[in-house]
Design a protein around this ligand. Sequence first.
Ligand code: GLU
Length: 395
Amino acid sequence: MKDQLSNRINSLPVSATLAMAAKARELKAEGKDIISLSLGEPDFNTPDFIKEAAIQAVNDNYSSYSPVDGYADLKDAIITKFKRDNGLDYKPSQIVVSTGAKQSIANIAMVLLNPGDEVLLPAPYWVSYSAIAILGEATPVEIPSSIDTDFKITPAQLEAAITPKTKMIFFNSPNNPSGVIYSEAEYRALAKVLEKHPNIYVLSDEIYEHINYGQKAFSFAAIESMYDRTITVNGVAKAFAMTGWRIGYIGGPEWIARACNKLQGQITSGANCIAQRATIAALEAPISKIKYMVDEFHKRRDMILDLLGKIDGFKLNIPGGAFYVFPDISAFFGKEIKGHKINCASDFSLFLLAEANIATVSGESFGSPNCIRISYAASEAQLREAVSRIEKALA
Ligand code: GLU
């Protein structure tokens, strides 16, 4: 029946992160002792003060449609957050609340892209960027990087990738999957290139901003020349352990926000009203309230770097944020281990699943075919056990 489906869906790749998470769940249900390090989601519960706000909202009968672009007081909380954390000034008409940052990103792509447009993706990039660009009938154009450049692209690479068809760049720092954080100077150097190309829009995905280990994340829109053509995407999923609540939001030029509002009004309407009320509590709280989670991720990052660093063939960078390590495992390519031929990162990831019962995500879908992504948003005991199983499988 595949030929009955639209070309649109047939040309869309499956989300590699969600596919691996589903596979891990399936194997667990079959009774296998799988440690899933595939999905990027905090293993903490949503903090109580946020849950209480949601319970209050239920009791206060928040049960009807919200405005399509979000409650006015939530938008005010987002405006205050943008000012407090990013030094950005937005008006309510520049804010749209959506069902997760994923919908925010899809909205932007749908309202800005036309067939034939090119979207620049500094690699490695989150798996859904390329899929969303394809859904917008645009062509994703990767700008490669490797562990040798700490997974960062240079201004010269950016300049070389730009063509008359370039419409957008999807930028993400702290980065999923590499954990890399671009410095303000690096942002400014990239912006210098973009200044010469006034028709290119920047989608700045800042969803991991609070999960950093000392180096504060910067915002593209904080550069004056970029403000009018940057759409800043954020949400509560990662920093507040609220992945399932599905609240993302944007700040950007009013005409783009208006278009996103129109699109959303035809597809989903406003985001879940209880989750929106809970998000107000999350955003109005001081950042110190979530520090215990960031501190814990920091400890785990140091631990997993130390443990994986002892395995021959694992080449690691030091991620400054997010909760992933992204080792280059190309040293294993061309080898056969326990009957498994390893010719690419997918082979290696499947080998770990089969021989160590560890679910990871292979780097191909992130545009980095020499790497695998390991999420360390898991308990210390699970991480220790996972690394010891990897060592045994490779022995
Ligand atoms: N963003 C997370 C990840 O990269 C969640 C899964 C997804 O939406 O891709 O694992």
